[in-house]
Design a protein around this ligand. Structure first.
Ligand SMILES: [Zn+2]
Length: 291
């Protein structure tokens, strides 16, 4: 089970989330069989979505769409405020590394586009907000979104590290926000620390990544932990849901599926689960429609 920890400086002027998202991103990689660059891009989007969902109160749902114009296509992820997240990337097969360093390349394959956030408070009218992609590296795009769209100056660091077989080794990150009324001197101290912070990948490689992240953010300043949330990859798809979707098709289309394809198979985009409907299932749907 992954965790997200919410903390606040004792001064009350800075707050930070730190996350270990390793299991979530591992699960996503297994379900979608993503190659290196696609794994990192999808993983970073999932972490960004966890941060945005943790920022919501009550029972709501947050969708993140990273809509680029390059090889990855779209990356879509949905999280709720109970610690469930699911997501997929249109092109799971992008696998590009720098020859000299083996560093995985992400930004250029996202390309230009939008970082879109849809918040559904369960009222039936979701709220959509978006900002342009700054680098396509996701972390910077989220920081820009939070600063511009939510008017809260934010620093974000997030990443996914792969082992030598390109499997997820560790994933996680942080978000740091300045709260209203922070004294200039205190802002300068935090800015200075963030600038000198070790690379996020070095922090994630520590024995205790959560502690390493907190230490890098707060340095010697005192802070307190407000809460801890557990997170995991979970899809809410079901046979019933896809059956309902099939039933919205016309009688003629269902008849065609029955006669020509002898059934229907639907794959859930978010988790890869396959659902089969045989001729008899389709026949029942056609029969129900006729009545
Ligand atoms: Zn599913």
């Amino acid at each position: 089970m992954d965790k997200l920890i919410k903390s606040i400086a004792t001064s009350g002027f800075f707050r930070a989330y730190v996350l270990d998202s390793t299991e979530t991103v591992k699960e996503a990689q297994e379900k979608h069989q993503t190659l290196s660059s696609s794994t990192v891009a999808l993983g970073r989007t999932l972490i960004a979505n966890q941060i945005l969902a943790a920022n919501q109160k009550g029972d709501s749902k947050v969708t993140v769409k990273v809509i680029g114009d390059s090889s990855f296509g779209h990356i879509i992820s949905v999280a709720d405020t109970k610690g469930n997240i699911k997501g997929y990337i249109q092109n799971p097969g992008v696998d590009v590394k720098k020859t000299a360093t083996n560093e995985i390349i992400v930004g250029p394959f996202m390309g230009k586009g939008q970082f879109v956030v849809i918040t559904d408070y369960g009222t039936g009218s979701p709220y959509t907000s978006s900002t342009p992609l700054i680098s396509g590296e996701i972390g910077e795009d989220l920081a820009y979104y939070l600063t511009e769209s939510e008017q809260t100056p934010s620093a974000v660091g997030l990443n996914v590290l792969l082992d030598d077989k390109d499997k997820v080794q560790v994933a996680g990150g942080f978000m740091l926000q300045v709260l209203p009324g922070a004294p200039d001197e205190e802002i300068a101290r935090y800015e200075n620390r963030i600038q000198k912070m070790p690379a996020i990948s070095a922090l994630l490689e520590a024995d205790q990544p959560i502690d390493a992240l907190l230490k890098a953010i707060y340095g010697e300043e005192s802070y307190k932990i407000l809460s801890q949330e557990n997170w995991h990859f979970a899809c809410d798809c079901s046979r019933e849901r896809f059956e309902a979707a099939l039933k919205t098709l016309g009688q003629v289309e269902l008849q065609q599926m029955k006669e020509e394809d002898h059934g229907a198979e639907i794959t859930c985009q978010f988790c890869g689960q396959k659902y089969q409907f045989n001729e008899k299932d389709l026949e029942e749907m056609i029969h129900d429609k006729a009545q």
